[in-house]
Design a protein around this ligand. Structure first.
Ligand SMILES: Cc1ncc(C[n+]2csc(CCOP(=O)(O)OP(=O)(O)O)c2C)c(N)n1
Length: 302
């Protein structure tokens, strides 16, 4: 399967537009939950979207907006969920950190760091034992590699030869603490090597190689039925949680931030039509659900 880079850029730009609008609108406080945006990290999920027909089962983390936007993509149900409105994808009961759409392969998002990883491994076990062909994806960050459960999960997936794709988005930060202060090496793929799992370290800095690396990962899991660890180096341009840019908070310096901003692939190759479409679609839904939430709040004080 050959992934078209122009389609990837178009989808990444659309997701950048949607997320930027969420950030710009958040200050009105009518979205009733914290949001962990992935502005800067869109390219990976724009590539994964192209593999939807591979019957994916994604188990994501607190940073689950991109899996939702790539696999489901229904903006109304997304914006309503962020407003904890009954029209939301989970009837407004789960909000941002648990965003999911099982019908479209986004099985769950779990904000307890690392906890979605064994769920994906368990789903792979079920897939293997039932002779099914779905691919389970454990989606997590570099911070989750500091949790014991990742290492236990890698071990059992390797020993039992389970078709799990361990997908690590290495954005270099756990909240505001840099990787250098937390680990002796920047490479998360080293943990897969310790468990004898095939791995690759990729980056959102080059779309061409990212497309090839994602393709290799999916085909390896599908054909061999064994686990694979794909680490993707990326950079988050907004704060850990919330709508602001935290370039002087914690370990991040303005110099580092501006350097990554200047190298941001999506910004440099932005499809401005798709960005604007995402932003405008999101904006009109935010207006609608902000008004609905204002009415709900007013009526609850009557
Ligand atoms: C078990 C556990 N410990 C701590 C936290 C608090 N916490 C929430 S997100 C986060 C950082 C996780 O970093 P990473 O896994 O790299 O994901 P990223 O936020 O960079 O996407 C932490 C420490 C938590 N939710 N769960």
């Amino acid at each position: 399967m050959k992934v078209n880079p122009d389609i990837v850029i178009e989808h990444a730009s659309w997701m950048r537009g949607v997320q930027t609008c969420v950030a710009d609108s958040y200050g009105s406080q009518l979205m009733r939950c914290p949001v962990h945006l992935s502005i800067g990290q869109e390219l990976l999920w724009a590539v994964i979207k192209q593999y939807k027909e591979f019957q994916l089962k994604v188990f994501s983390s607190h940073r689950g907006h991109l899996p939702y936007l790539s696999l489901d993509g229904d903006l109304r149900r997304y914006i309503a969920e962020l407003h904890l409105h009954p029209d939301g994808v989970s009837n407004g009961k789960l909000g941002s950190m648990h965003i999911k759409s099982p019908m479209f392969g986004h099985v769950t998002s779990v904000p307890i760091v690392g906890s979605s990883i064994p769920l994906a491994v368990g789903a792979s076990y079920a897939s293997k034992n039932s002779g099914s062909s779905w691919i389970s994806i454990a989606h997590f960050g570099d911070g989750a590699c500091e949790e014991g459960i990742l290492h236990e999960s890698l071990n059992i997936a390797s020993v039992k030869a389970l078709p799990t794709l361990f997908l690590c988005e290495n954005n270099g930060y756990s909240c505001t603490t840099s990787l250098e202060k937390r680990q002796p090496s920047r490479r998360m793929a080293r943990f897969a090597e310790a468990a004898c799992i095939k791995s690759c370290t990729s980056s959102t800095g080059s779309l061409e190689s990212l497309i090839d690396d994602v393709s290799e990962a999916f085909h390896y899991v599908r054909v061999s039925g064994k686990p694979y660890f794909l680490e993707v180096e990326c950079y988050r341009l907004y704060e850990h949680c919330g709508p602001s840019i935290d370039k002087d908070l914690g370990d991040r310096t303005s110099e580092e931030y501006l350097e990554f901003l200047s190298r941001d692939f999506v910004r440099a190759n932005l499809n401005s039509g798709a960005f604007k479409m995402g932003y405008d679609q999101c904006n009109s839904l935010v207006s609608e659900y902000s008004a609905k939430n204002t009415m709900r709040l007013q009526s609850s004080f009557r």
